[in-house]
Design a protein around this ligand. Sequence first.
Ligand SMILES: Nc1ncnc2c1ncn2[C@@H]1O[C@H](CO)[C@@H](O)[C@H]1OP(=O)(O)O
Ligand SMILES: [Mg+2]
Ligand SMILES: [Mg+2]
Length: 281
Amino acid sequence: MADLWQSAMDHAVAVARKAGQVVGKALHDDRKVMTKSSSVDLVTQTDQKVEQLIIRSVKEKFPTHRFIGEESVAAGESCVLTDEPTWIIDPIDGTTNFVHTFPFVAISIGFSVNKEVEFGVVYSCLEDKMFTARRGRGAFCNGAPLQVSEQTDIKQSMVATEFGSSRAPETVEKIFCSLRNILCIPVQGVRGAGTAAINMCLVASGCVEVYYEIGTHVWDVAAGSLIVTEAGGVLMDVEGGDVDLMSRKIVAANSKTIAERIIEEIAAFSPPRDDVLPQHQ
Ligand SMILES: Nc1ncnc2c1ncn2[C@@H]1O[C@H](CO)[C@@H](O)[C@H]1OP(=O)(O)O
Ligand SMILES: [Mg+2]
Ligand SMILES: [Mg+2]
């Protein structure tokens, strides 16, 4: 059903662009903040409004498709990936950035069939960069092909990561342990855009060699995962195994060499998986 997925992808691009306009407008007049799991896990009316806008628009065109949306899961819906065509949506990836007007905010839409991501759309709306990938057909930014960096030396590499939303002392300890180990390899720099989806697009674009994080959710990484692999990159678990998008642990790198080198330095921990209740811990 290749043609059907292409029309779904075209729809995803169109609705992501429309969502980006809503986000861009709300940046100036509608940033009323609420909290979810903790005082640093933020949500706004715009997150909820944009998710509803996307889901409504997709349902009209593809009434049988399923959804996993960040804000729907936060409202109690299940987060289980089946073999059915499923839209995996993060309406605003980078809500903390949005609230502070820090200029990296993305709409992330992944689409999976038989538990495999068929296409991914990440719209970095404040930069007006539309990142797209379709399985087997490459990754693009505003239509231009993307290619990961060719760097093989970790000491000449840039690393992206985030501090996440947990402030539990044991978690913060592990995050800083990994960060210190990696900084002292030494690598040339450590960066974080404040959004998992854009960090993955930075790997796909060749700006950073590797992004790793523990604590991401499936809606943060579904679309970006295909953009990275279609740009020639690799995905792994932080402990070296195969990536599992529900496991909340991800390494996205330009190569297996760089991924494995970073993994040596990561102090791993295991937050509750996305597909077991309760959500959002
Ligand atoms: N305080 C915080 N700092 C950074 N990321 C946070 C965060 N709270 C939630 N996150 C989420 O965790 C992801 C991975 O770092 C981010 O892309 C972001 O997605 P969100 O904006 O969609 O919630
Ligand atoms: Mg997110
Ligand atoms: Mg979000």
